[in-house]
Write a protein that binds this ligand. Structure first.
Ligand code: ING
Length: 321
């Protein structure tokens, strides 16, 4: 088999964050992000993935009014004075990054958002979380809330793919990773690398779920999605116990083979890196998941036409046996 002259190697880092407590200032948090960016650059990474809602504690766990949430937890601009040190360090080091944060738009709309920043520290992309888990009502008897449906609108930017650093990069956020549509929407746009942040409580407030399943489900959705879409994945947790509320770690880099090639071992700030080979994705896209050769969208219409599960379709005559 002829070897390509130069493999398309790319230094990818995932910067896992330990807890951000209610008492932690944005300045203190940004200092941690800058330290991890520097460590990633020192380890030859040119792109760093930070978590979802990276600048604050996971505030949807607390009941409050939207106005209170906006006042304390939302960013009116990106970059802004608080995060400028991160953008300055990124420009100095020539390292791009993904950053998740709570976005307040100029016309007052609220989204769970992530930006894609290039090696000159320019914001080149924005994504707004589509799959919002949890609820919008107060559950006073629950050990904590999960009020993403109260504090955020459903994302309205679709699932874009950008070309940055000569790679087709897509973004998603946390719960998005559980839905196959997320990944297929981007692999159909020839994404090669998909990056995401997450804040995943280890407790389930809706039923008594064994705690190990949180990590198990996190693993299978990333490994299956990487393989089924022939993409590299970088996934960054904010984790550990935030004021007593625990969230899972297991930040990881997953290859298009579905193999986990790097994984965080703790629940504090931790940088994991890999020199990823983008030609691996090309191989899987050519031989296994060659969409043009094997897919039949006319047979899958239901996936787009229906929102909730409904009645079985009328059987085609020849399907009646
Ligand atoms: N957190 C969780 C996540 O999707 C969740 C919420 C956990 C939903 C487990 C369903 C099952 O990882 C966020 N922020 O989406």
């Amino acid at each position: 088999m002829t070897q390509t002259s130069r493999a398309r190697k790319f230094g990818l880092a995932v910067a896992q964050m330990g807890p951000v407590h209610l008492a932690d200032s944005r300045q203190a948090v940004v200092k941690r992000l800058v330290e991890m960016l520097r460590e990633a650059a020192a380890r030859q990474a040119t792109f760093v993935v930070f978590p979802e809602l990276a600048l604050t504690t996971f505030f949807p766990r607390y009941w409050m009014t939207e106005e209170e949430a906006v006042e304390r937890y939302f960013e009116r601009a990106m970059p802004n004075a608080d995060v400028q040190p991160l953008f300055d360090a990124a420009r100095e080091l020539g390292v791009g990054f993904y950053l998740g944060y709570a976005e307040l738009t100029a016309d007052g709309r609220r989204f769970n958002t992530a930006v894609l920043v290039d090696r000159a520290a320019k914001v080149v992309g924005k994504y707004r979380k589509v799959h919002l888990p949890g609820h919008d009502d107060h559950k006073p008897d629950a050990p904590f809330q999960h009020l993403e449906k109260k504090f955020f609108e459903v994302g309205n930017l679709g699932f874009p793919v950008w070309n940055t650093q000569d790679i087709n990069v897509g973004m998603c956020i946390c719960n998005d990773r559980r839905w196959p549509e997320t990944w297929r929407s981007m692999s159909l746009q020839s994404a090669e690398l998909i990056v995401l942040g997450y804040n995943t409580p280890s407790w389930n407030i809706h039923w008594t779920e064994p705690v190990h399943l949180r990590t198990f489900h996190h693993e299978i959705v990333l490994q299956a999605s990487a393989y089924q879409n022939a993409v590299w994945i970088g996934a960054a947790a904010k984790c550990g116990s935030e004021d007593g509320f625990h969230m899972i770690g297991s930040s990881m880099i997953v290859a298009p083979s579905g193999e986990i090639v790097a994984r965080a071992s703790g629940e504090e700030d931790e940088v994991i890196t890999a020199q990823i080979d983008l030609d691996l994705g090309t191989t899987f896209r050519q031989h296994v998941f060659n969409f043009a050769k094997h897919r039949s969208p006319d047979q899958y219409r239901l996936i787009v036409e229906r929102t909730g599960a409904g009645e079985p379709l009328p059987l085609p005559p020849e399907a009646r046996g």
